[in-house]
Design a protein around this ligand. Structure first.
Ligand code: ADP
Ligand code: ZN
Length: 731
């Protein structure tokens, strides 16, 4: 039977509500009927909640008591492919469908009546007396192809007075209409010329344009060294997509911090794109959501959550820096933005471009298996060359106590300073000192709510827990043995490193780039813009600096502790460390002057350090792939993390123990279950955490088995069982 797409008044329909409920609810279609996918307001208990018409009523409910849909919202109905995307994303992540709908409706005021305003549109009537000013007004409206403007806006754009506008209304050339208050986005012009491309770039751009023209689904891994022009190349794919009249989405990690990219779009297409990330205002958020839903926003630049926007005709998703771990959402609905991008595109017949200098092993393996196409940009654009990489063997350096910059690195920094060039010191540790310890009893000051040590933040004069944000004053007396004056700090954070820099280079202008040192995204962005302009001699940064920024004056990168990421048993420790340091190194020498990179290490012969120095991505990934394949680890096997968490330790362990005892539903399918064991961070925000790990062969459909296994589980209130499909972190 064909799926019903329209329901008559009073006909029962099922509605998916954006509330924490794990089932559809039946309502009567309102007067005038309702379409499949319509956004509606429905009564739920005493409340009025948002929902989407999901299909025919399911019945089994007294029709006399069935309530009616309160209101059909004035937005285009959700498309069938979006409904399928949400359904399959919910299935894959083992999440209630209603939670997926919540992600898809995170625009403020969706339930409010539409805010209307007066706008002007062009009719076919022309004035009897034409003047130059009147011609300009008509030309503006014609140029903007059917867009409507508020009277003031139109007068401004045409450079005429209000009187001219009024005259045109009087003679019927302009007509007043009601339109939603949110201003439409200006049209991007895909026919504006791009930059002249190098031969490599042109080859890649042609391939991407051809895929966009062909239509249909496909994913391409665009692997190019930092500064090779990946952005220029994928903007060509965006241009082709816009030409086809389809919408495009470019996802970037930390988009809230980069004005650079938005400006490049403006240069390429003549105007700014729509944006979607935590840095935009509520008004912007509502405007973007509605413009995307009406198909009016052609290009959205956003964070991972932009994938859930109601595109009408999505033709392209670019995932820039596809290896970046911030694409994985680890709280609330747990999903991977990159993977869901591919899912969404495959349902809607769109193209995906995964751009990176350091591919994730997952994407690399998919390209190798011919599931993804692959395009390479092996050289930096123009005269820029890849930086020279060298290790500084810390075993051979004489270090004074409580200093972290080796004499060799100091010498190199001094050279840069003398030449007026910028240096970057990379240390992936926020705060002043990672550890506060009592020299009398050995006590390490920890968080009262988490199984984590407190980190000293000297600028804020407190110890802060990086897990939960709790803080306490810096103690002078040991909280454990109560001996006074024996508290000491160990190790450096970026703040302490800044102190050393100030001592060694008292005249240098120093900027610290760390997420906790600015109170807003705006403040950080301003700091980044200053660095771009060259208004700092020495930049000290955490992993924030690795995220694709373009610092044209930067020629020297010093990695303070290249060994830091190699410790820890994390399955991806080597891969992440490789990506992070290569990305940081890639900040050096992006303009005319060549770059130099120094890694301070105690293990210069460690295979990962050697691979970083050689810059042989494929070689590194091949070795990494072999060892993962041998271990049946992702991407050659599947993993699912289960975290049981709650305020009572014994309850948490009991629930996890019950799960382990009833493993048959899982293990009968061929999966194996490990644990339970206390999580590496055994308590966060007062909640105890216990982990179980499931390993399964790659082809196994693990989700149905998981549901079957978890169905009988009735955890007590406050105790949650969190399912993390394809876990990226194991804390
Ligand atoms: P990637 O994204 O690979 O790091 P970008 O696209 O940011 O590289 O390019 C690096 C720099 O080189 C940018 O400043 C960019 O504008 C410039 N560039 C790249 N390709 C070209 C080109 N064909 N013509 C002019 N400038 C280019
Ligand atoms: Zn804490």
């Amino acid at each position: 039977m064909a799926k019903m797409t329209h329901f008559h008044p009073a006909e029962p329909v099922s509605v998916l509500v954006a509330e924490p409920l794990d089932r559809l609810l039946d309502y009567k279609a309102p007067e005038g009927g309702v379409r499949l996918g319509a956004y509606v307001a429905v009564p739920l208990g005493p409340r009025r909640v948002l929902g989407v018409v999901w299909g025919q009523g399911q019945g089994g409910f007294d029709p006399a008591r069935m309530k009616a849909i309160g209101q059909v919202l004035d937005v285009p109905p959700m498309r069938a492919e979006m409904m399928e995307f949400l359904t399959r994303a919910a299935d894959y992540t083992v999440t209630p469908l209603s939670m997926m709908l919540r992600l898809a409706t995170r625009a403020p005021g969706l339930l409010d009546p539409p805010a209307m305003q007066r706008v002007l549109a062009l009719t076919d009537t022309r004035p009897e007396r034409m003047t130059e000013a009147r011609e300009r007004v008509i030309a503006v409206l014609q140029e903007h192809g059917g867009l409507r403007f508020r009277p003031v806006e139109l007068a401004q754009l045409a450079g005429v007075g209000q009187g001219v506008i009024k005259g045109l209304i009087d003679c019927g050339t302009l007509v007043i209409q009601a339109a939603p208050r949110d201003a439409p986005f200006a049209r991007l012009d895909p026919d504006l010329p791009g930059k002249d491309l190098s031969a490599d770039q042109a080859r890649a751009a042609t391939a991407l344009r051809a895929s966009a023209q062909a239509g249909g689904y496909g994913t391409t891994l665009l692997k190019g060294v930092t500064g090779s022009g990946k952005t220029e190349v994928y903007l060509e794919a965006v241009a082709e997509t816009l030409k086809q009249g389809r919408q495009a989405l470019v996802m970037l990690p930390e988009i809230a911090l980069t004005s650079d990219f938005i400006e490049r779009v403006e240069v390429r297409f003549g105007t700014r794109p729509a944006q979607w990330h935590y840095g935009i205002t509520m008004t912007e958020r509502r405007r973007t959501w509605h413009a995307v839903a009406r198909g009016q926003a052609q290009l959205v630049v956003g964070a991972r959550s932009a994938l859930f926007l109601p595109f009408q005709n999505l033709g392209l998703v670019v995932v820039d820096e596809e290896h970046d771990s911030s694409y994985k959402q680890e709280e609330g609905v747990i999903y991977h933005g990159r993977d869901l991008a591919v899912l969404r595109a495959s349902i809607g017949g769109a193209q995906v471009v995964l751009a990176t200098a350091t591919p994730s092993l997952e994407s690399w393996a998919n390209a190798k298996a011919d599931k993804y196409a692959r395009l390479d940009l092996p050289a930096r654009f123009g005269t820029a060359e890849l930086p020279q990489m060298a290790a500084i063997d810390m075993r051979g350096e004489t270090m004074q106590a409580n200093t972290w910059i080796s004499p060799t690195l100091r010498r190199e920094m001094r050279k840069s300073l003398q030449k007026g060039e910028q240096s970057l010191l990379f240390l992936n540790r926020r705060g002043y000192a990672p550890l506060t310890i009592c020299r009398a009893c050995g006590e390490q000051v920890g968080c009262d709510h988490c199984d984590a040590r407190m980190v000293e933040h000297r600028f804020q004069q407190r110890l802060i827990c990086h897990q939960c944000g709790a803080w306490k004053p810096i103690p002078t007396t040991c909280p454990s043995c109560e001996v006074d004056g024996k508290m000491a700090i160990l190790g450096p954070g970026v703040e302490r490193l800044a102190e050393e820099v100030a001592e060694v280079f008292p005249d240098a202008r120093v900027a610290i780039l760390s997420s906790d040192l600015s109170d807003s995204a705006r403040g950080l962005k301003a700091l980044i813009d200053d660095i771009v302009k060259g208004e700092a001699d020495i930049v000290i940064g955490t992993q924030l600096v690795a995220k694709g920024h373009n610092f044209p004056h930067l020629t020297l990168v010093g990695v303070i502790d290249a060994d830091l990421g190699l410790q820890g048993g994390d399955l991806r420790a080597a891969e992440k460390s490789f990506q992070l340091i290569r990305q940081v190194a890639g900040r050096a020498g992006r303009a005319e002057k060549p770059g130099r990179v120094f890694l301070q290490t105690h293990q210069p012969d460690h295979p990962v350090i050697r691979a970083i120095l050689l810059g042989d991505e494929d070689g590194f990934l091949r070795t990494e792939a072999e060892s993962r394949a041998a271990a049946g680890a992702p991407p050659y096997g599947r993993m699912v993390g289960i975290i049981v968490q709650g305020p009572k330790e014994d309850v948490v362990f009991r629930v996890a123990g019950d799960l382990a005892r009833h493993h048959h539903a899982l293990t009968d399918t061929g999966a194996s279950l490990f644990g339970p064991a206390a999580a590496p961070i055994a308590r966060i925000r007062g909640n105890y955490r216990v982990r179980l790990l499931i390993k399964a062969p790659k082809g196994l459909a693990i989700q149905p088995a998981l549901r079957h296994w978890l169905a009988p589980l009735k955890p007590p209130a406050n105790t949650r069982v969190i399912i993390d499909i394809d876990p990226q972190s194991f804390y």
